[in-house]
Design a binder for this molecule. Structure first.
Ligand code: RAM
Length: 343
């Protein structure tokens, strides 16, 4: 009986597909081209609330534009290999545009080139693909500003004296690595002469690994005074580790955090101050820019060009075809409640 049912449903689906192809008069495979514009957001990994908020922003843009579908994909762990196989299948599906937050700037170039050769518009956002593998990179904020301001914040918190460490995302992440380079440059200023960077460790944007790396830092560096974690996953895991180890307040913490995840730690003083930009705006802007490229509103991207990004206004392209969305916002006990309910 069950077999009959299965056979019947196969037949019904077959009839439906057949009539659909007939009704549109399109050969199979190109039918989707007459439908909505399909823009894929390929994120570092799924299960990261930062990217869920990016997705929300992308969907908001799609609704506003009216004829856009957003496809949200990412590997389960933040690896370039996982992203490569996702992009390969998006090429086979003939999507119109792919916006990537890269787990590795160079490893994704060949597959991104393959997508562009197939007529797909490719941009990176948040964490860049190297220039050869995308038409434009949308940075949330300037790398120098982020890197330097993180060191300035921890410097103030520890009175410019003592050992610090950095707990990052994955070791090949374009964005965190660029910020860390600027942190190291900022640390060369004589005002940090009494501070020492002990280590940079990688929690891979996974909760458990980040938590364990934080615990490892406490053990390896008993004189540690401060931690910078420039990743929303890392900073939340470090805050929890500090509290579990009874080190909250003894080791200062700053970095880039999601207000919704960090509210309790900002309120109880484990992390006095952190920064971030609006991830909803980032996803919204990425989809708006991808749409402009698909529509041919801008055909070749050059410094000085501007994209019309809906409620975000004009987003201007700068050197290296990098567009910067905004400046980071500082969160502390005075404003965390307001933002924690948004993202
Ligand atoms: C994590 C990711 C993301 C980064 C934020 C700050 O969610 O690593 O790429 O921009 O942190």
């Amino acid at each position: 009986m069950r077999r009959v049912k299965v056979l019947l449903s196969v037949l019904v689906v077959g009839l439906f597909v057949g009539s659909y192809a007939f009704a549109t008069g399109q050969p199979e495979g190109t039918a989707a081209k007459t439908g909505n514009i399909r823009i894929a957001l390929v994120v570092k990994n799924l299960g990261n609330s930062f990217f869920d908020a990016v997705h929300d922003g992308g969907v908001e843009a799609a609704k506003e534009l009216g004829n856009v579908d957003v496809i949200y994909q990412g590997p389960s762990t933040p690896t370039a290999e996982g992203q490569i196989s996702i992009i390969d299948s998006l090429i086979a599906q003939k999507v119109d545009a792919i916006a990537i937050s890269a787990n590795d700037p160079n490893a994704l170039v060949p597959i991104a080139k393959k997508a562009m050769a197939a007529g797909i518009k490719v941009i990176s956002f948040d964490s860049g693909v190297a220039a050869d593998g995308r038409e434009l990179h949308l940075a949330a904020s300037g790398d120098e500003l982020i890197g330097r301001s993180e060191v300035q914040a921890i410097g103030q918190m520890i009175n410019y004296t003592g050992e610090i460490a950095i707990l990052s995302a994955s070791s090949q992440a374009t964005n965190q690595n660029a910020w860390i380079e600027w942190m190291k440059k900022e640390l060369q200023d004589p005002k940090y002469a009494n501070m020492k960077l002990d280590a940079v460790v990688y929690g891979d944007d996974l909760n458990d690994k980040s938590y364990n790396e934080a615990m490892g830092l406490f053990k390896s560096y008993p004189n540690l005074k401060g931690i910078i974690s420039p990743t929303t996953v890392g900073i939340a895991a470090t805050a929890k580790a500090l509290e579990d180890a009874g080190l909250a307040g003894k080791i200062q913490l700053t970095g880039l955090g999601l207000p919704s995840q960090m509210k309790q730690y900002i309120t109880d003083g484990t992390c006095k101050e952190m920064e971030l930009w609006n991830p909803i705006d980032l996803g919204y802007s990425a989809v708006m820019i991808a749409y402009d490229l698909v529509k041919g509103n801008i055909t070749t991207v050059n410094p000085g060009d501007s994209f019309k990004a809906g409620r975000m206004g004009d987003i201007k392209v700068g050197d290296g075809d990098v567009a910067v969305m905004s400046t980071p916002f500082v969160f502390d006990a005075s404003n965390i409640d307001k933002f924690a309910s948004i993202y």
